[in-house]
Each structure stands twice: as C-alpha cells, then as structure tokens.
Design a protein around this ligand. Structure first.
Ligand code: S3P
Length: 425
C-alpha cells in the first residue's frame, strides 16, 4: 500500500498515541513470569507487542485480550512450557532478544525466528554474554536468527559491561539473570532506556560515568496492574508535525516522559521549539505528561554523536524531518547502530532525503545535510520500516506538493492507525 500526504495548515486538537512499545513488551514478559494474574491497561496493539503475546501464548501463557485491558495469567519463573513449533517474533528485535534471555534459562529447547528484516539483525551481542552465563544458543553462520536454544538446568551469574549501548541486550541479560545462581550485574557506560530495571524494581547504582544494575537469581515476581503510558517515540511524529505545519497548536496526552527517552524534546526546545509539558505525574514508576506543541521555526546547526545517539535512537527519523525544513545543518556521527535497526536507517534516511532533493553526505556512522524550507516533495521508500514511513509521512504535511510513501503498511508495527490520524489531522 502507498499513502500520499498532502500539505496542511493549522493542525489543532487533542491526540493520544498507542501505548509505549518497550513498556508493553516488558509488561507482557513480567506478567508471564509473575506468580498470579496481572492486568495491563494501555498495552500497545502494534504488531511488535502482538508478536510477544503470540510467543508467550505458544509457551503456555494464558492471555485474555479485551478491548480496554489485557489479563495475563503468570506462570512463575518455572512454569513456561515448551512451544510445539518455532516461535515467531515477527519484525520485533525486542521480542527475540528479551525472549532469548528468558528461554536461555529454561530446561527445555526453543527456536525463535522472525520476518526477513529480523533475520538480518545481529544476535551475537546477546549470544556472547548469555553463553558466558552457561546458555547454549546457536544461530546462523552470520549470527543472525533463527536462534536455537538448548535447555540447561540453571545459568550462572556474571558481571558484564555492555560493549554496545543497547537496552535490548541489557534487558536480555537482566531477564536471564532471574534464572541464574546469585547476582547478575550489568554495567552500562552509556545510559539506555531503563524500563526493565524500573519495572522489575532492580538495584541501580549510578556513579561516575557508569551505571551498575543488579538482578538476583530466583527473585519471585508479584503480579500487578500495569498502566502503559503513550509511546514517546510515536508522539515524536505528531510533535514534529505540530512544529512544522504553520498555524498548529496541538496537545498529545498521557505520553511517557522517561528521561532516557526524551532527548528529542531537549534538542528541539534548545533550538526554538514552542513546546510545553502539562499535567506531569508518575504512573507505575514512569513519568508521564501531556505535550503541547505550537508551530515553530527551528534554528541553529546541530551536531549529534556519542551519548546523544542512545537517548535518541528511535527519534532520529523524526529529528531529521524536523531539520529538513530548517535552513540549518544537521550532522550525525557515532550512529552505526542505526544500520542494524528494522532497516539500515542511515541508508533509508540518506536515500529518501536525496529523493526529495536535498544534498546529503553519507558516513559509515551517520550523515550530514542542510535543510531547505522549500522542499517540494516526492516519492519515498519506507524500506518496510515503520519509523521511516511515519517520519516522511509527517514531512509530506509541510512540503509544497506532498509526499508519497511507498509500502506504507509497516506503520502497524508500532502505530496501526497512524495514517488515519495523519489524514484526519
Ligand atoms: C528497545 C530498545 C532500542 C530501541 C527499540 C526498543 C527496547 O533498541 O531501538 O525500538 O524496547 O529495549 P536497542 O536498545 O537495541 O538500541
């Protein structure tokens, strides 16, 4: 399916976005391992969390999906059952990596695979440390999925410093740590999203340049009521739409504002964005608020790299679109990780920025371009990547002639109604 987004004026109103994808996955995993029944409100029904749900059901977890809530009957740490077939993680890196952590500590064998994009994604980053813990995992020659996990009686705890800033790797190890003898310690030198530590109530010591997270093997997980806030990474697209479209004043309600996720807000506000956060509160241990945004002209060159990248990892497509219409430079370095997301996002962004007429320099680990207020529009390729499709859809609102997004259905990964919302804005 292709979608064409035409120029607009004056976006107004109140919006909400789907539940946070990262928190949705974790609520499902934690609910499945709890001793008793949990209820999840606000769970994202994007394809990725649905992949986690499908895998958990195949492992014997009873999950009742009603309109306004999901009920999950936890099986405790020892209650998962072997799946009959290969588990299908779809497009979801979070599903395959966190589930590999959990299944590494089971006594039975499992295999996890996914779609063509997932089967290109690197698993060495989790296989290496999980193997150090005593897990038995095989993948393809390139260390990509499918992953075949052989059951073991127990894992051993390790202390591991993450060589790559990845919340998925950290979380795979923390979940595996529940099935290990003693205390598993994960050390981060670049802070990544901390939902797993918050939701499992783990000990976190942040000192100097490092953060140390500990999990005790065998910790009993209590069932609970989860309330999932709106996904900041989805709100980012509406936020940028409100900034770019002249005469806009819109509010996105109930958005997760965890500081490990909101670097985009800091950057936009430092460069002239008219954004206010209203109704701040803490729900389920996560800061939440409403984001009010009014049209703004962004100004100033921007150079991003180092620690910025992890705190901005899913928002880089939105940020690029925000700068696309400024008359300033954006330079991104140290972002090699973007090459191993749902698509090679460096390539996808470079190809599409060129397709709408911008002059872009590509680096191994990033790119640089200068924005232009007068972008006409054009045809862009989503590369079957939800965030690429949504970012350029938003760009279409501000172009002179509109943007056609090819293969636009992929938005269902995180924001199934995105095109309806954008067309109705
Ligand atoms: C996620 C972590 C990030 C992010 C992904 C979701 C998570 O990946 O890009 O969309 O839920 O832990 P990395 O931590 O591998 O960068």
């Amino acid at each position: 399916m292709d979608v064409t987004i035409t120029p607009r004026q004056g976006l107004k109103g109140l919006f909400s976005v789907p539940g946070d994808k990262s928190i949705s996955h974790r609520a499902l995993f934690i609910g499945a391992l709890a001793e008793g029944t949990s209820v999840i409100k606000g769970l994202s029904r994007g394809d990725d969390p649905l992949s986690t749900m499908r895998c958990l059901r195949a492992l014997g977890v009873e999950i009742l999906d009603q309109r306004d809530q999901v009920t999950i009957v936890g099986r405790g740490l020892k209650g998962l059952r072997p799946a009959r077939n290969e588990l299908d993680a779809g497009n979801s890196g979070t599903t395959i990596r966190l589930l590999t952590g959990i299944l590494s500590g089971q006594r039975f064998d499992s295999t996890i695979s996914g779609d063509a994009s997932l089967r290109r994604r690197p698993m060495k980053r989790i296989i290496d440390p999980l193997t150090m813990m005593g897990a038995k995992i095989k993948a393809t020659e390139n260390l990509t999925p499918p992953v075949a996990i052989t059951g073991v009686p127990k894992l051993s705890s390790i202390t591991y410093e993450l060589p790559v800033a990845s919340a998925q790797v950290k979380s795979a190890l923390l979940f595996a740590g529940l099935f290990a003898d003693g205390t598993t310690t994960v050390v981060e030198s670049i802070r990544t999203r901390d939902h797993t530590e918050r939701m499992l109530g783990l000990k976190v010591v942040a000192g100097g340049s490092k953060t140390v997270i500990e999990v005790e093997g065998g910790t009993k997980i209590e069932p609970r009521d989860f309330r999932v806030p709106g996904d900041f990474s989805s709100a980012a697209f509406l936020l940028v739409a409100g900034l770019l479209v002249p005469g806009s004043d819109l509010t996105i309600r109930n958005v997760g504002l965890n500081p490990t996720r909101t670097k985009l807000l800091d950057i936009l506000c430092n460069h002239g964005a008219n954004v206010a956060i209203l109704n701040r509160e803490v729900i389920g241990g996560e800061p939440v608020g409403d984001i009010r945004v009014r049209s703004s002209e962004l100004h100033g060159d921007i150079t991003l790299g180092g620690n910025d990248v992890a705190a901005l990892i899913d928002e880089i497509p939105s940020l690029v679109v925000a700068w696309m219409f400024s008359n300033f430079n954006l330079t991104l370095r140290d972002a090699r990780e973007l090459r191993v997301k749902e698509s090679d996002r460096i390539k996808a962004l470079v190809v599409n920025l060129r397709a709408v007429g911008l002059d872009v320099t590509e680096f191994d680990d990033g790119f640089a371009f200068r924005g232009n207020n007068d972008v006409l529009g054009g045809v862009i390729d989503s590369f079957d990547d939800h965030r690429i499709a949504m970012a350029f859809g938003v760009a279409g609102l501000r172009t002179k002639e509109g943007i056609r997004v090819q293969r636009a259905d992929c938005v269902s990964i995180s924001y199934p109604r995105f095109w309806d919302v954008l067309q109705a804005m």
